[in-house]
Design a protein. Structure first.
Length: 991
């Protein structure tokens, strides 16, 4: 039959394509593949590669490679080679979009490797690059795993030479035969004719494993039994191709199991592992040769582990007497890091890469996990004082463990120190359900008498105290949960106790802080939401020691070790003391707990010791029997806690603090009253000697303080009473004040012997310059300064009125009579002196040199007339009055004027017979006044009599003792000018 033109063209094209396919498949492809391999493999392996021939049949897809070899880097001998590799690929690969191989046959494979003196292997240079490539490959985005099926895998006449130069030993594996029916993640499509088998001669000893198959069953089940006894893993661990950071000193493995393959029609194949795995006498040491990890025995009963599905079922895992010695080195590195290999470098991942490859999730079920008699030790040498703590024995039991969703396991952990051991009485128990998917737990926790003294190793880095003892206990319930849909949640409910706590100062090795018990009951703390509720906090038998060091620094100021500075005890140089921590603005960082509720805080049997060694001699004050209660602490605004605290200074001086506070709210609120009585001031004599210049012979202190802090504002009243305070001997001190403190004390001390000071203080707590103690001290000093500089102003404040008017009393010119205006002043002054019995009064009389002189001249003129009348009365007989009581009547004036004129000695006009000429009264008076002389002594006498008149007036009231009043002769008769005050006066001074 003759072909058409179109048919001939098609036939020619088919023949041409067939010829091209044949030519390329038989000739071009093998040649090209060989050329590519001979070029790429040496570049990748850094070694010489040779291939004798490559053949490929494009019609039955059979590939044969003969005489392949990879030379050692030295070029002498092969590191890997084989005689022939035969691969039979099925055309089904095209339909399955993955390799489906009917048969793989490797003949005469050979591996040769050398372990050098430095412990490296001849192929070590290939590992880093391979790990990097693998890491990159793992980051590449992938969807579903690529389908594949490799069947009838056969290895014949294989061999391995391993030369161990350090041990002068050569290991030889020969006659290696491996038979694997298939490796596939596809349903069964290819017939298998190979039974599982493994055989070899290892160092002259034959080794043979055979499997069983059920070729006619629907499952095509094949199994391989594996048994090992007392395999020395430590011996072979030295040949690990990957450098290990630890040494396996001892490990013996037992294995009694099976590997089974099941392939149902049109279902994925399954490879399942079953059996018992045992490890005995395992000992790992770290890079320094010290014990790291080990156990007496480990056993695991695997009831089924499916490789492709990730399903693992374990009946029991049991570990007996495991130990773990975790050590943190001086540079902060943990020795447990030696268990992990160095991570391979990773390349930056793209967005697609970050999606990652989704592997089947592991579905692990373990019926029972038992850990018996474990020992957990941790030591830290990075701290100034090494930390060491060991928990032994520890028992752990987990039943029903599963990674499947919503499966719950029961956890039971117990630790109880045996009698006679260090830390005897310690016990920790944890019990309750746990879940892995999702992660959550609900655990009952019991901690009993755990010794906290080892934590001083970490306290050493921060504080200059040494924790010498302390036992921590707690009983409660811990719950936590991790959810993909919400935040991490955790909570604790229960009680906590820290008992027998004591610490000493590194500086002087004396007690710093200690207590009998600190109990926190009814704790309900949660994270998400962050809330804290406590039924009660009770601190009993506590002792705190505050001390001012010889250099004037308070011990609590130097307790904190400043970062970057070595301690004084270590270097011998003075350590820099920590400055007071800066005040933190509450708006900068929200508190961890958004809601806090503490029903009650109670104190009992407190003792606070204060010692000051900065002054000589030193001083010690004890606050004893400190106790009380704070009720209703809440972080809610407008909620106030009641405060009632009691104590004693020494054995007898009671102190009481009452009121309301809210320290937990956003705005601090304080409304407190402090009452303090009967404190013996003589114990403060060292302070008064240093800063006042006098010892205190006796006296008591009474305080009544009221403090109100609201919305950042402070309002306080400070009532201070110094009762019967008396200064003793003078003390020479360069720090003593120059103020006349004795005078100030007498000025302030009332008739009952008490000094009463009321000092109000107000200000903003937001002002960094505002310090309550400093303000009170400044006000007190200013008060004393004003009292000393203006004592009469203070007296005026005591009795009322203008105090400065009490500092003088005015007189009429030439007079010593107290005026009505001065009477009121002197009455007030007398009352003030009566109220201040420690004060002494100095009186200085003064005159007006002009007005008083004129007045004295007139007075002297009048007294000369009275003297004449008094002489007449005496001559006549009868009662004799005083000169001041004599009165010159109107009709007597001229009579006694003429007598006085004649008696006065001065040149007088004469009449014709030489006798004293009688002149008119006005002329007589003028001549007498003109010849009357007022001397300075007369003025001094006037001033003195004025002072005497005032003294007599005050003494006449019988309120002030005469020994407290002194008349002082002034240096000048005329006083300093005072505005609005006449010079004819007396002035007062206090001392």
């Amino acid at each position: 039959m003759e072909l058409t033109r179109r048919q001939r063209k098609i036939l020619i094209w088919v023949a041409s394509l067939l010829a091209a396919y044949t030519f390329i498949g038989f000739l071009i492809l093998p040649y090209t593949l060989k050329a590519v391999l001979l070029k790429k493999l040496p570049e990748a392996l850094h070694r010489e590669v040779s291939i004798a021939s490559i053949r490929f049949n494009p019609y039955n897809l059979k590939l044969t490679i003969r005489d392949f070899s990879v030379k050692k880097r030295s070029g002498e001998g092969d590191i890997f080679s084989f005689e022939e590799l035969y691969v039979n690929v099925e055309s089904l690969s095209i339909l399955k979009m993955g390799p489906v191989i009917k048969e793989v046959r490797l003949t005469g494979p050979y591996v040769g490797t050398v372990r050098d003196e430095d412990g490296s292997y001849s192929f070590f240079d290939l590992i880093p690059e391979a790990l990097e490539n693998q890491a990159t490959k793992e980051l590449e985005p992938e969807g579903r795993p690529r389908a594949f099926s490799i069947n009838n895998i056969q290895v014949f006449n294989g061999s391995l030479d391993f030369e161990d130069i350090p041990k002068h030993r050569t290991h030889v594996v020969s006659d290696l035969t491996v038979m694997i029916p298939f490796i596939s993640n596809l349903p069964k499509y290819i017939d298998t004719f190979v039974l599982p088998a493994f055989s070899a001669t290892v160092n002259g000893t034959p080794f043979d494993l055979r499997g069983n198959s059920k070729p006619f069953a629907d499952s095509h089940e094949t199994s391989l039994d594996v048994k090992l006894s007392q395999l020395d893993l430590a011996y072979y661990a030295t040949y690990s191709p990957v450098p290990l950071g630890f040494s396996l000193s001892s490990a013996l493995m037992d294995l009694d199991g099976s590997i089974s393959y099941v392939q149902y029609i049109d279902k994925p194949a399954k490879i399942t592992l079953k059996g018992l795995v045992g490890l005995n006498k395992v000992e790992l040491t770290d890079s320094l040769g010290k014990d790291l990890l080990g156990f007496d025995s480990f056993s695991m009963n695997v009831t089924g582990a499916e490789l492709f599905t990730g399903k693992v079922s374990v009946a029991e895992i049991s570990v007996n007497k495991p130990y773990l010695n975790a050590v943190r080195g001086k540079k902060g590195r943990l020795n447990l890091n030696d268990l992990l290999p160095e991570p391979a470098p990773r390349k930056p991942a793209s967005a697609a890469t970050r999606e990652g490859r989704k592997s089947p999730p592991l579905k692990i079920n373990i019926d029972t996990i038992q850990v018996h008699d474990a020992s957990l030790a941790f030591s830290d040498t990075s701290t100034p004082t090494p930390f060491k703590k060991t928990l032994s024995p520890v028992d752990v039991s987990i039943t029903g463990f599963s990674t499947r969703p919503k499966r719950t396991a029961a956890l039971n952990v117990s630790y109880e120190a045996g009698s006679g051991k260090a830390g005897s009485g310690e016990a920790i128990k944890v019990k309750g359900p746990i879940s892995i998917n999702p992660v959550k737990a609900d655990l009952k926790v019991s901690v009993k008498q755990v010794d906290i003294s080892p934590v001083r190793s970490y306290v050493d880095e921060m504080l200059r105290i040494i924790i010498t003892s302390g036992k921590a206990s707690a009983t409660g319930r811990v719950k936590f949960a991790v959810s993909d849909k919400g935040p991490f949640k955790a909570s604790y409910s229960g009680d906590a106790l820290l008992s027998g706590f004591s610490s000493i100062s590194k500086v002087d090795k004396e007690d710093f802080l200690k207590w009998d018990t600190l109990a926190v009951n009814g704790i309900d703390a949660s994270y998400s939401p962050n809330e804290l509720s406590i039924d009660g906090v009770a601190l009993s038998g506590f002792y705190s020691r505050l001390m001012v060091n010889p250099d004037g620094v308070l011990n609590v100021q130097e307790i904190v070790i400043k970062k970057g500075k070595k301690d004084e005890e270590e270097t011998g140089a003075p350590a820099e003391r920590a400055e007071a921590p800066p005040e933190i603005d509450a708006t900068e960082k929200e508190p961890f707990f958004k809601e806090i509720n503490i029903d009650a805080v109670t104190l009992q049997g407190g003792h606070i010791n204060f010692t000051d060694r900065h002054i000589k001699p030193g001083i010690t004050i004890d606050l004893l029997e400190m106790g009380g209660r704070v009720s209703g602490l809440k972080s809610i605004e407008d909620s106030y806690a009641d405060v009632n605290l009691l104590g004693k200074f020494g054995k007898y001086a009671p102190i009481e603090i009452t009121g309301r506070v809210n320290p937990l709210a956003g705005d601090l609120f304080v409304d407190l009253k402090l009452d303090f009585e009967d404190f013996d001031l003589s114990s403060m004599s060292p302070y008064s000697g240093k800063y006042v210049g006098y010892e205190i012979s006796k006296g008591k202190l009474i305080l009544d303080l009221d403090y109100l802090i609201e919305k950042g504002q402070l309002k306080s009243t400070n009532s201070i009473v110094l009762d019967q305070i008396t200064f003793g001997q003078r003390v020479e001190s360069p720090d003593a004040t120059k103020l006349p403190v004795r005078f100030a004390l007498n000025l302030l001390k009332n008739r009952q012997g008490a000094v009463e000071l009321d000092i109000p203080v107000s200000g903003s707590l937001d002002d960094p310059e505002f310090k309550v103690g400093g303000v009170i001290m400044k006000l007190a000093v200013n008060f004393i300064v004003r009292a000393v500089s203006s004592p009469f102003a203070l007296l005026g404040a005591i009795i009322g009125g203008d105090g400065e008017e009490l500092s003088y009393a005015e007189f009429d010119p030439g007079s010593v009579l107290i005026t009505e205006l001065s009477v009121g002043k002197l009455d007030n002054l007398t009352e003030a002196l009566f109220q201040r019995p420690g004060l002494r009064l100095e009186i200085r009389g003064y005159v007006d040199s002009e007005m008083d002189a004129l007045a004295l001249r007139d007075l002297k003129f009048l007294r000369s007339l009275k003297a004449e009348k008094l002489a007449h009365i005496i001559r006549r007989g009868g009662p004799v009055p005083t000169l001041d009581e004599v009165v010159i009547e109107g009709d007597e004036y001229e009579k006694y004027l003429w007598k006085a004129y004649k008696k006065m000695k001065f040149p007088k006009p004469k009449n014709l017979i030489g006798l004293t000429k009688k002149l008119p009264p006005e002329e007589l008076k003028k001549l007498m006044l003109a010849n009357t002389t007022i001397t300075e002594d007369d003025l001094y006498d006037l001033a003195k009599r004025r002072a005497g008149a005032v003294k007599d007036y005050i003494l006449a009231m019988e309120k002030v003792e005469s020994e407290r009043i002194y008349m002082v002769r002034p240096e000048k008769l005329v006083p300093e000018e005072r505005k609005g005050v006449a010079p004819s006066r007396v002035e007062f001074a206090l001392e």
